[in-house]
Design a protein around this ligand. Structure first.
Ligand SMILES: [Zn+2]
Length: 272
């Protein structure tokens, strides 16, 4: 990395440092997660303004000093502040959970442009003026897609043990191996749990639908816990507590429409 560079980034977290500064964690498009020292950021007339607020998409000028891990933030220009998230408790909570995943599941200085773009898409969907019917589904879709982009996509077509296509009513899931098991391979595996075909279809919808559409899906309550457990198995630092808060879904009473059901749609995805 050159010593002085420009990159786009999304603010994940900040904390006070010394008398007037902040340490800010950004997820950058070109270099992944980085910690920055933002000198003077807590002064009333700081040059950074609101660019360090969580969720803000900004263009940064950064300086890499001799000491690794702590970069110096030279300038930050707001591209989008996503202030809509600050105005709604429900959206703020969903945004916080998305950001929490990126903070805990990624390593420093590992660029992942797909994850960066996914994060932007999720924030755009949350900030959209159109009503979001189901914030839980949006967050769960983000987790599954994010895990997938980080190399942990759950295997939902072929048995993770014998690699044969799984079909029929009895299909199992092994969290540690990260995918489904056929009935034959389940005989040698005591930890796998049963998974229903409609649950597999829902997981596929969350994985493959554009994130905006996933916010229209109904939630299968049992799958929320399933997806959180999956994350816990694959990301050591994943904090379940951040995801167990209850959120009122934006259902019929508020939107006038039912969330989209995916039953009957299974075959379409299975063929892909
Ligand atoms: Zn098998």
């Amino acid at each position: 990395m050159p010593r002085i560079i420009r990159t786009q980034a999304i603010s994940l977290h900040s904390s006070p440092f010394a008398e007037s500064s902040k340490i800010v964690t950004f997820y950058t498009r070109d270099f992944g997660k980085l910690n920055f020292l933002a000198k003077g950021a807590r002064r009333p007339k700081s040059k950074f303004g609101g660019a360090l607020e969580t969720f803000t998409h900004a263009s940064l000028i950064i300086y890499k000093p001799e000491t690794p891990k702590l970069y110096i933030l030279s300038d930050a220009e707001i591209i989008c502040s996503y202030s809509e998230l600050q105005a709604s408790t429900e959206k703020y909570l969903a945004g916080s959970q998305i950001v929490e995943f990126v903070l805990k599941a990624t390593d420093f200085e590992e660029a992942n442009a797909r994850l960066f773009n996914l994060l932007l898409s999720a924030l755009n969907a949350l900030a959209s003026k159109q009503s979001v019917k189901n914030l839980d589904s949006l967050v769960l879709a983000f987790l599954l897609k994010g895990a997938s982009f980080l190399g942990y996509r759950p295997e939902l077509d072929n048995c993770v043990s014998c690699r044969k296509k799984c079909a029929g009513a009895k299909i199992y899931f092994d969290f540690i191996n990260g995918g489904i098991l056929c009935i034959k391979c389940k005989l040698n595996n005591t930890r796998a749990i049963i998974i229903e075909p409609n649950q597999i279809a829902y997981l596929k919808a969350l994985l493959y639908f554009p994130i905006k559409r996933s916010a229209n899906l109904m939630t299968l309550p049992e799958l929320k816990d399933f997806i959180l457990q999956y994350m816990k198995h694959h990301f050591e630092r994943f904090d379940l507590a951040a995801f167990t808060l209850n959120r009122t879904d934006f259902k019929k009473s508020q939107t006038g429409q039912e969330p989209e059901k995916i039953y009957g749609w299974t075959q379409e995805i299975v063929r892909k």
